[in-house]
Design a protein around this ligand. Structure first.
Ligand code: G6P
Length: 367
């Protein structure tokens, strides 16, 4: 079937707009009819038999894995290692004990990820993949392949596949937490009902699209940008920087907020916009103090937060983008939207080829 832009200027815009729908479909596929439990496909995994997860991927899928590490460790108490496929495959890492290896790939054909999977065959207890293409090599060679139901993604810069990967990985972490007795049936039902609110919250963000467009002026005029985040926002800072460099060719770097003083603060001046992703969560105050260090040195801060966060952040922020309130564990899925929209509008403002950025390929099937 041919996929068209459905009235959008770019495939990327269409794919960003499709996220509420595809995430709803995904939840419908994975949740029981009453919405109280998570149904994994036949031959699912028994988290009581798993001591450790090794997650391997490339690009945006790697950042989905980094996010999942926080979820699996915090919710389920399962230690997680996350690796870039091209590093993992040649390092000869020991895959010890009761390890499940997890491979995340939109295409299911990325050469390095597939090679990493083959390395784990006969070493890991079981091989799980999270893919968008169920017929792909990675899906076929796994013991269990979990589809993300994102539909065809044409834009080279991944958008809806990322939020769908996150959603599937969060469902897995919640399932693990339930199995390990760290989440009661009521708590799980509660989390799942909050998760079902995500598509609505994404729609709210999409309705505020103009605000994001207006906010990109600062970025479009700059040669560099820094993205900062803490906790669950740390991997997302990476994803924001990746999106921006991929399609607008602006040099963007991401750092864990706490690393600011270990190097990147030397780069701060009036010409350095700093995107800070910080919902009002437990770590908010710490991120605010990093933000103040940036502002004290003339750095221009673009703060992505919620209403409460914006009120507490105080003066000096160049621009605040207000996000809907959402349960802290769900913030990565929602805050992926500003990461995508900032990059998209900046690229449009600069007139670059949004869907086919120079030198990049949608799927890297050769090394
Ligand atoms: C390429 C694409 C990225 C993608 C990465 C991994 O670099 O441009 O958008 O994240 O490959 O692809 P995969 O299909 O394995 O998720």
């Amino acid at each position: 079937t041919r996929v068209d832009k459905g009235g959008h200027k770019h495939f990327m815009a269409k794919e960003i707009a499709e996220q509420p729908m595809v995430i709803s479909d995904l939840l419908q596929a994975y949740l029981s009819e009453d919405g109280h439990s998570i149904d994994l496909p036949e031959g699912g995994i028994d988290f009581n038999k798993i001591d450790r997860l090794t997650m391997v991927a490339c690009g945006t899928a790697f950042y989905a894995c980094l996010t999942a590490k926080y979820w699996f460790e915090q919710l389920a108490g399962i230690p997680v290692e996350v690796d870039i496929a091209s590093e993992f495959r040649y390092r000869e890492p020991p895959v010890a004990g009761r390890t499940t290896a997890v491979f995340v790939s939109q295409s299911g054909e990325t050469a390095d990820t597939l090679a990493a999977l083959r390395y784990c065959e006969g070493r890991a207890d079981s091989i799980l993949s999270v893919v968008n293409v169920p017929e792909s090599s990675i899906a076929r060679e796994s013991d269990l392949a979990l589809p993300i139901y994102a539909g065809a993604e044409i834009g080279v810069a991944s958008t809806k596949a990322f939020t769908c990967q996150l959603t599937v990985l969060l469902l897995l972490a919640l399932k693990a937490a339930e199995t390990k007795g760290r989440l009661s049936a009521e708590e799980l039902t509660d989390k799942l009902s909050l998760l079902r609110g995500v598509p609505g919250a994404i729609n709210q963000v999409l309705e505020a699209d103009q605000t994001f467009r207006a906010a990109t002026r600062l970025l479009a005029e700059s040669d560099n940008a820094l993205f900062l985040g803490r906790g669950l926002m740390f991997p997302l800072a990476y994803e924001g920087a990746l999106k921006l460099k991929e399609i607008s060719y602006i040099h963007a770097e991401a750092y864990a907020s706490g690393e600011l003083k270990h190097g990147p603060i030397a780069l701060i001046d009036k010409k350095m916009p700093v995107v800070v992703m910080a919902p009002k969560d437990q770590l908010f105050d710490k991120t605010v103090s990093n933000m103040q260090e940036v502002m004290a040195r003339g750095g221009k801060v673009l703060l992505i937060t919620d209403r409460e966060g914006a009120a507490e952040a105080g003066d000096g922020v160049c621009q605040s983008l207000i996000m809907p309130e959402i349960d802290p564990i769900l913030t990565p899925i929602l805050y992926a939207l500003p990461a995508q929209l900032l990059a998209y509008h900046t690229a449009v403002a600069k007139g670059t080829d949004v869907d086919q950025p120079r030198n990049l390929a949608k799927s890297v099937t050769v090394e």
